[in-house]
Design a protein around this ligand. Structure first.
Ligand code: FES
Length: 232
């Protein structure tokens, strides 16, 4: 890898500071480059890490949901902070980089895009707008709700809403995975805003009812409410 023309290669992404996958990635990068510089984007200090790194710098963003728009957004943010000279960005889902593609990705310099002279990201892109959703549903993915099946319920919730044409669109429902919402024993817990309703989503059938009856048809669903007297 000696012909990769960077003074530093910085890998960024969620969770890179902890856990078995982060350790394996660190070993893999060290074996390839002789050193590993990782920054967990769920921790503070990202901009300091960019500013302090020697140039030329390649930032490899392992954000799993990164796409071209995300990559250009990041380039623009680095450029507007005045840190863009000599900095290049490439995005790769962790799985791709992790398996066989890492060396090839680092050597493919034409895919590393500069953070200087970044074409402006259109001001009307979705990240500059207040979204037109009518409701927001927070499904708890905290430590106790996940042990009661909340991750599987999240997938069903997303698929069912999408199939109904109500996922994150005008008049639809924005869904978010939250940390602990506190009534763990009554969950998996979901809360719906702006109504301020609380639901206990105990299984797949319940999440389907929540979508079909409450979020799509707009009917009250008192049987699943955990904030109704006598329901818990
Ligand atoms: S872990 Fe879900 S409400 Fe506490």
């Amino acid at each position: 890898m000696s012909h990769v023309p960077y003074a530093r290669i910085l890998f960024i992404g969620p969770g890179l500071g902890r856990g078995a996958s982060a350790e394996r990635l660190q070993q893999r990068i060290t074996a390839l480059l002789g050193e590993a510089h990782l920054h967990d984007t769920e921790q503070d200090g990202f901009w300091q890490a960019i500013a302090a790194a020697p140039r030329p710098l390649l930032v490899v963003d392992l954000e799993p949901r990164a796409d071209a728009a995300h990559r250009d957004w990041l380039r623009e943010r680095i450029a507007e902070r005045g840190d863009g000279a000599g900095v290049f960005v490439v995005c790769a889902a962790l799985e791709d980089a992790w398996l066989d593609g890492l060396a090839a990705l680092l050597e493919r310099c034409e895919a590393h895009l500069p953070c200087s002279d970044v074409p402006p990201v259109p001001a009307h892109h979705a990240w500059s707008q207040i979204p037109p959703h009518a409701q927001r549903l927070l499904l708890c993915n905290g430590p106790r709700c996940t042990r009661k099946g909340a991750l599987g319920l999240w997938k069903t919730l997303r698929q069912r809403l999408k199939a109904a044409g109500k996922l994150e669109c005008e008049g639809g429902v924005h869904i978010t995975r939250s940390q602990c919402q506190f009534p763990c024993d009554l969950g998996p817990t979901a809360s719906l805003y702006p109504q301020g309703e609380w639901y206990g989503i105990r299984d797949e059938a319940a999440v389907i009812r929540l979508v079909d009856e409450r979020l799509v048809a707009g009917r009250a669903l008192p049987e699943l409410r955990i904030d109704e007297p006598g329901n818990n």
